[in-house]
Design a protein around this ligand. Structure first.
Ligand code: UD1
Ligand code: MG
Length: 458
């Protein structure tokens, strides 16, 4: 394996017109983060010594995404996005600073893993001056085709829009990553013209130009699932599906049961422990950790949450950002939690909203309990002590503190703190009128008879 330092140049300046979007293409998400963030993570996973990204003018959000990931990444601007060769030339200062190998990667191929990209360097170690990542596409439409000579060297790459019907029958396609050990790559790229269907300066034309100079380009093959390029919304969905298939496989290999894997949606950073069971139709947004032995029942939506060891969640639970469930917590159907910590063994089994609070160890939150956390201006905290029992249909108006072991009577609206071990009850006293119902029916029966209505039928 090459020991030359590696520079990765990630191209992100394309207009992405085929997405028909106001959002730059490379910011469209897969598994909860942008394609660009995926590409940068993959680039970094090669162990590259330096990273550079090419963006277009006015792409402030793209620039911010890059610098948010790592302010040390060099960002270059392509004043007019006129093709991938021109984009690489815009990173000329990085090329000139660098002594070693270069890999150019497209930000719209988010599934190419670090190890695969690193494998591209084998072409350079194997006597090539250029390496091209290739794959056998089931549907090659839109991809550049690799033209090989009898030695298996790549002599040219023909873009789909410029390829004859005969060349379009070639299944071996350009995955979009190329490695170079060419001392003056910029000089070679500078000679590329734009005489093609899209009037663009194609990076792929470097191969034929290099062949003319006696330089060798070798193909390195990768799995088609990794090579997927995203130019359209349909390809975005296909890339998402491929990413999910891979992530589900890894989760199962690590010892979790997914009852219906194809219905579980993971985010780029989801962490699932051993012996976790996930029933059908569960969605994880970013920032979720599910610890060993937890059980998530069907139809849950979980974002920014920790689900502790042996906890039970769902069916139909919604855990929003800042939910922290300690071990063996039970969360049942139609419970929504946001920014709240439930300590070990606490339970909220049905129909509740717990926002901005703490529920102490072993406390029980009855059906229909609401933490009234918002007064129209600010959010306030609700603190329920260890072992407390909150009766059904209670409103806890924050800020409020329920002491350890206290009881809240059903239907109470609690606006003041409750002492430990006390009973708080705010509902109106029950009235009872003996025999009232029979008298009422008799009266209604007389009126109904006059009006021709049977009161028993209503
Ligand atoms: C490109 C390749 C094609 C390959 C396919 C793999 C070229 C000419 N074609 O086609 O051989 O099979 O990817 O997915 O390279 N970009 C810039 N500046 C530009 C133009 C593009 O930075 O002026 C960036 C885009 O943001 C994108 C990447 O380069 O991330 C590729 O551009 P795109 O237009 O998507 O090329 P494809 O048509 O997909
Ligand atoms: Mg593309």
């Amino acid at each position: 394996m090459a020991s030359h330092p590696l520079l990765m140049i990630v191209l992100a300046a394309g207009k992405g017109v085929r997405m028909r979007s106001d959002l730059p293409k490379v910011l469209h998400p897969i598994a909860g983060r942008s394609m660009l963030a995926h590409a940068l993570a993959n680039a970094r996973a090669t162990g590259a010594a330096a990273l550079a990204v090419v963006v277009a003018p006015g792409m402030d959000k793209v620039r911010a995404e890059v610098l948010g990931i790592d302010p040390a990444i060099a960002v270059f601007e392509q004043s007019t996005p006129s093709g991938t060769a021109n984009a690489v030339l815009c990173a000329r200062p990085a090329l000139e600073r660098h002594r070693g190998d270069v890999i150019v990667l497209f930000a719209d191929t988010p599934l190419l893993e670090g190890a695969t990209l690193r494998g591209l360097l084998a072409a350079l170690d194997g006597g090539g001056q250029i390496g091209v990542l290739g794959f056998e596409a089931a549907d090659a439409t839109g991809y550049g085709r690799l033209l090989l000579d009898h030695r298996g060297h790549v002599t040219a790459i023909r873009e789909h829009s410029d390829a004859s019907a005969e060349l379009r029958r070639i299944g071996l396609c350009n995955a979009g990553a190329m490695a170079f050990r060419v001392p003056d790559l910029a000089a070679l790229l500078g000679r590329i013209g734009n005489d093609n269907a899209r009037a663009e300066y194609y990076l792929t034309d470097v191969v034929a130009l290099a062949a003319g100079e006696g330089l060798t380009t070798l193909p390195v093959r990768c799995a088609s699932e990794e090579a997927m390029g995203v130019n359209t919304r349909a390809q975005l969905a296909a890339a998402e599906a491929a990413w999910q298939r891979r992530a589900r496989r890894k989760v199962m290999e690590a010892g979790a049961t997914l009852v219906a894997p194809e219905t579980v949606w993971l985010a780029f950073d989801t962490v699932i422990g051993r012996d976790v069971t996930i029933e059908p139709n569960v969605f994880f947004g970013p920032g979720v950790v599910v610890e060993d032995g937890a059980h998530i029942m069907a139809n849950c939506h979980v974002v920014g949450s920790r689900i502790g060891k042996g906890a039970r969640v769902g069916p139909f639970a919604r855990l929003r950002a800042g939910t922290d469930l300690a071990s063996h917590v039970h969360i049942g159907n139609f419970v929504e939690i946001k920014n709240a910590k439930l300590e070990s063994g606490a339970k909220a089994n049905h129909l509740a909203y717990l926002g901005d609070g703490r529920v102490g160890e072993g406390a029980n939150i009855g059906a229909g309990t609401i933490f009234c956390n918002y007064d129209g201006f600010n959010k306030h905290f609700t603190d329920v002590g260890k072992g407390a029992f909150v009766g059904s249909n209670s409103s806890l108006v924050a800020p409020v503190k329920i002491g350890d072991g206290a009881y809240i009577g059903s239907g109470s609206v609690v606006t003041r703190n409750v002492a430990a071990e006390a009973l708080a009850l705010t509902r109106a006293p029950q009235q009872q009128r003996p025999g009232w119902a029979a008298k009422f029916r008799a009266m209604m029966g007389r009126r109904g008879a006059r009006a021709g209505v049977n009161p028993e039928r209503g």
